[in-house]
Write a protein that binds this ligand. Structure first.
Ligand code: MTE
Ligand code: HPA
Ligand code: MOS
Length: 807
């Protein structure tokens, strides 16, 4: 990107090129070469816009930025109990500690003590009511971070609290009828009498309860905000956030100022995964309040343990289901109750539950269904967005049900899944009333079944198990259908600002945030393509609330869909002005002007892009433009839970084969084959990277990442990498074949691509059900192992014990 790239940076770029070479087998090299030849900037693999800087350690994260003179460091004093009242805090003792500049409490917040994203039920600092163990009660400001942390840790000693019994699990909250928002219901009942009757009349029945665990985002860069006070009560906040506009508003409320006085900026995050969609707010607000009060810049960077103790994560879910089905395994009626652990406040729990209920169908037609969703209020961290946003929790229970049906019928689970797929071109609608008008699951699964050699490997697995008493293999294929758009209509809009400087270089700003997913790379490609220029001409700058106003969170996988369209709109306006300027000179039709390969063609003549820009500048042509996009065709009635919440669906499927040690409960993924639909890819290398990353992350959720709260005290016991295990490079299977489905998005998305961020997180359902398959092989034929998720060694042993006891 830069002409003066130092040697060590180039070395990093070469390492990336190696990785890319390995990907070539999976990338359609011929197709990309053709696109390049035609001067296309989209549809071609390119490294991440910051890749060279990432590997060289030159990409600046907030904690890398030079601190201003006089900066103070902040640490939070956390509640030592899960539930009760804060009676008193010995502030004088805290303030007397050497090196302490100030200690602030809720009373020091000049505006509103709330950082809730939708419902305003989320105190920034404890207002007396203690809601969970780890809740921030006060903020210590010191000249250095170590001092601030040491003094904040005195919270345990210096806070006088009155303890109450904590409510910790979703089941407990449900039994008490204690929810963060009222329960939801999503129904589809046909004339023949609805789900209960369909179930009662069905030839077969499957009933059960089940649970899946939560998941920590484990972004590598923890939560951080750096607030710099400005003149006239204004505040500049550097914040690692997926949602700069919301941070702006919440900081403004906390300070009691108008939004125009708050400037939030984010160049990049070291990962967000949903954990910085809403929950970056508390830290932005505390840093800003302290900076205002003390008139000095304040940095608040959480240590990993505090990050675990303070912030929420993926909701764990508890389910109860009652299913009626026929001889082929087709579901005729389904009743499902889902209860999530929302934590102490609403945060995003309601839209997460909406997405869960809207993904129970996954890829399957359900003629009669009655779903209920309860968001249990518990004395734990407030759970929030995590890649998939409830979609995984909604769809996996359906997969568990279909796996169970197949075992009851003694059929291959793939056949049962297929029997339930939405029929192609049938006009069938989801339970919430959206027609599945872009259904490609049949051909996608057919291709995967063939490429992965599914049937032959099924036979091999059976043969292996017949002769292997201790090690058991398992195989599973699971499909994905994931709805793309925010399930809140007004979030589906975006803005961009494109500047063309008179040397021909281009600067892009848009409302999305970069968290490693490659959004800026794709948006730069879109702009380069629109103006027919070399990628190197385009630079994308930090997301900045003073440049593009009222942006949505970069979430719901819509970053490129929304901001790519907005940036394209801006670039197109500039191109049209340039074309008009050149056409006027030649007396030609502006529509005949061609921009390609950094050149502009008009009336048989060719001019360099930069030369045309210079001419246009002299002609006083406006060389910058804004752009806007709003996703068309969306509707949603939240009360009835009906409408068209999604612009389109993204599809995928995966086959996984595992081996389980039936004596230790350990499991290992041996091979995974994936075909994933990203429409017409804007950047196949980045998309494959997203699919691979999501696959491994989802596998971590379902197999090894386990959260444990102490059943009495409510303390999160798994609050560091020492006790919370995420997958590493060693957990990647030796064979991971990821292929992109060949097909354009039938809906008018940016260059007919599809969103990729979240949907592939559901692909490793196949890993979980392969483990369940292997566990079933330790019991009698037709047994249905009660395997919970995550399928840790302990969970696997419990399931094996259960099927063997029944034996
Ligand atoms: N990829 C990386 N490397 N880091 C991340 O934090 N977040 C995921 C996904 N992929 C994430 C990621 C989540 S939760 C979402 S919603 C999307 O990226 C958001 O970005 P997009 O909409 O631009 O795809
Ligand atoms: N995904 C992420 N964030 C959201 C959504 C969603 O579907 N809806 C509201 N906020
Ligand atoms: Mo992603 S969970 O929508 O940030």
């Amino acid at each position: 990107m830069n002409t003066s790239i130092p040697k060590h940076v180039l070395a990093g770029a070469e390492a990336f090129a190696d990785y890319r070479d390995n990907q070539k087998a999976r990338i359609d090299v011929a197709q990309e070469a053709k696109a390049r030849q035609q001067g296309h900037q989209v549809g071609i693999s390119r490294s991440h816009e910051s890749a060279a800087w990432h590997v060289a350690g030159e990409a600046a994260y907030i904690d890398d930025m030079p601190e201003l003179a006089g900066s103070l460091h902040c640490a939070l004093g956390l509640s030592p109990v899960a539930h009760g009242r804060l009676l008193s805090l010995d502030l004088d003792a805290l303030r007397a500690q050497p090196g302490v500049v100030a200690v602030l409490t809720a009373a020091d917040i000049p505006g509103v003590n709330d950082c809730g994203s939708i419902i305003h039920d989320d105190p920034i600092l404890c207002d007396g009511e203690i809601r969970y163990l780890g809740q921030p009660m006060f903020a210590v400001l010191a000249r250095d971070r170590q001092t601030a942390r040491r003094v904040a840790a005195l919270a345990r000693k210096l806070a006088k609290v009155e303890e109450a019994e904590p409510v910790l699990t979703p089941q407990q909250a449900h039994a008490l009828g204690q929810y963060v928002v009222p329960p939801m219901q999503l129904l589809r009942e046909t004339d023949t009498g609805g789900a209960p009757q369909a179930i009662a009349q069905a030839p077969h029945r499957l009933q059960g309860t089940w649970e899946v665990g939560g998941q920590e985002q484990f972004y590598l860069e923890g939560q951080i905000s750096y607030a710099i006070p400005k003149e006239g009560g204004a505040m500049h906040v550097l914040c690692s956030t997926q949602h700069p506009s919301e941070m702006q508003h919440l900081v403004a409320h906390a300070l009691g100022v108008q939004a125009h006085a708050v400037h939030v900026e984010c160049r990049r995050m070291g990962g967000g995964f949903g954990g910085k969609e809403s929950q970056s707010a508390l830290f932005a607000c505390v840093a800003a309040v302290a900076a205002r009060k003390l008139g000095r810049p304040v940095k608040l960077r959480l240590d990993r343990d505090d990050d675990f103790m303070v912030t929420g994560r993926r909701h764990c879910f508890w389910y109860e289901y009652d299913i009626g089905y026929d001889e082929a395994g087709r579901i005729l009626g389904a009743e499902v109750t889902m209860v999530s652990r929302a934590g102490h406040s609403a945060d995003l729990s309601a839209p997460v539950m909406t997405r869960a209920l809207c993904h129970f169908d996954n890829a399957y037609w359900l003629p009669n269904v009655r779903m209920r969703g309860f968001m249990g209020k518990t004395n734990t961290q407030s759970n929030t967005a995590f890649r998939g946003f409830g979609g995984p929790q909604g769809a996996i229970v359906m997969e568990n049900i279909l796996d169970g049906i197949a075992r009851q019928l003694g059929k291959d689970a793939l056949d049962v899944r297929r029997a339930n797929f939405y029929a192609k071109d049938s006009g069938q609608c989801t339970p919430y009333g959206q027609e599945v008008d872009d259904n490609i699951i049949h051909e996608l699964v057919e291709q995967l079944e063939a490429r992965s050699d599914y049937r032959a490997r099924r036979a091999q697995v059976e043969a292996f198990n017949a002769s292997s008493p201790v090690l058991k293999r398992g195989l599973a294929l699971t499909p994905v259908k994931f709805g793309i758009s925010f399930n809140v209509k007004h979030f589906n809009q975006a803005g961009a600002l494109v500047h063309v400087y008179n040397d021909g270089s281009i600067l892009v700003n848009h409302g999305g945030t970069e968290m490693g997913q490659g959004l800026n790379t794709k948006v730069a490609q879109v702009v380069a393509h629109e103006l027919g220029v070399a990628f190197e001409r385009v630079r994308v700058t930090a997301t900045d609330t003073t440049k593009v106003a009222n942006t949505s969170a970069t979430a719901a996988s819509t970053g490129t869909d929304l901001n790519g369209k907005a940036a394209q709109d801006a670039a197109r306006q500039i191109r049209e002005r340039l074309a008009a300027c050149l056409a006027a000179q030649h007396g030609a039709d502006p529509a005949s002007v061609r921009f390609v390969n950094d050149e502009v063609h008009c009336a048989g003549q060719t001019l360099g892009f930069a030369a045309l820009v210079k001419q246009a500048y002299l002609e006083r042509v406006q060389l910058w433009s804004d752009g806007f996009y709003a996703t068309p065709g969306l509707s949603w009635d939240g009360a009835a839970m009906r409408g068209r919440p999604f612009f389109y669906f993204a599809y995928g499927a995966a086959v996984s084969e595992v081996v389980v040690d039936s004596l230790t409960g350990e499991s290992k993924l041996l091979r995974a084959d994936v075909i994933h639909d990203v429409g017409q890819s804007l950047n196949p290398a980045v998309d494959i990277g997203q699919v691979e990353g999501a696959f491994i992350q989802g596998m971590g959720w379902l197999t090894m990442e386990q959260l444990v709260w102490h059943p009495k005290t409510g303390a999160l016991m798994t609050h560091a990498p020492s006790t919370y295990k995420i997958p590493t490079a060693n957990d990647c299977p030796p064979v991971l074949n990821v292929q992109l489905f060949d097909g354009a998005n039938p809906h008018d998305s940016i260059h007919r691509s599809k969103a990729v961020g979240e949907p592939p997180l559901l692909l490793p359902f196949s890993v979980f059900f392969a483990i369940r398959d292997a566990v079933a092989a330790t019991g009698a034929t037709g047994c249905c192992p009660p395997l919970r998720a995550p399928a840790t060694a302990e969970a696997v042993l419990d399931a094996i014990a259960a099927v063997q006891t029944r034996l």
